[in-house]
Write a protein that binds this ligand. Sequence first.
Ligand SMILES: *Cc1c(COP(=O)(O)O)cnc(C)c1O
Length: 229
Amino acid sequence: MPHGSTNISTDTIEDRLAAVRSAISGAAHKAHRAPADVALIAVSKTFDTVDIRPALDAGQRVFGENRVQEAQGKWPELRASYPDLKLHLIGPLQSNKAADAVALFDAVHTIDRPKIAKAIADEMAKQKRHLDLFVQVNTGEEPQKAGVMPADAKAFVAMCRDELRMTIAGLMCIPPVDEEPAVHFAFLAKLAGELGLQNLSMGMSGDYETAIAFGATHVRVGSAIFGSR
Ligand SMILES: *Cc1c(COP(=O)(O)O)cnc(C)c1O
């Protein structure tokens, strides 16, 4: 650190990434969990490859994007340099993009209706690829938000398992902005437990430490690493 500089630790993507990793470890220890049991998904939506490369150079290998088309524009090039990186789709998916999504992504967090579930299942079979699949639950029952309604979640997961023969990795939620996220994280964790699901995709820049306290296995952190969008 140059002499006399202050607060430099949050200046670069590398530094912010290190700070987030350290906060994840701290939150995990506090919850008596192993830090390695919490995967950091660095959400790089709207950021260009010049911003993403420093994160890759710093060892980050799991990234999240919310649009298939945007991801197609930047990730093939990055994957050529870093073949071991993993890409998670965290935004809503249209069934006409299912083939592209299955070809590009390693995980989808937004399975929330039979048509999408079926399109993804069909494409995985066709492309002989396995993706980790999360069912998004609209825990706040917000009309404008994607996700299966809480009351329908069990039947939907059962349909994915029994009719489509899908392996569901876990549940995902995005709490309403104006509500206490802990309530939603606790709800999602309870629901996952009842369904025998191991993974919880929950927690963003503002609340990932809380999410870890409630059992998050995948935190989706964007602006705390890459800056504001
Ligand atoms: C953008 C986004 C994130 C990351 O949000 P930040 O507040 O920037 O950390 C997480 N999850 C989803 C679904 C997103 O769309």
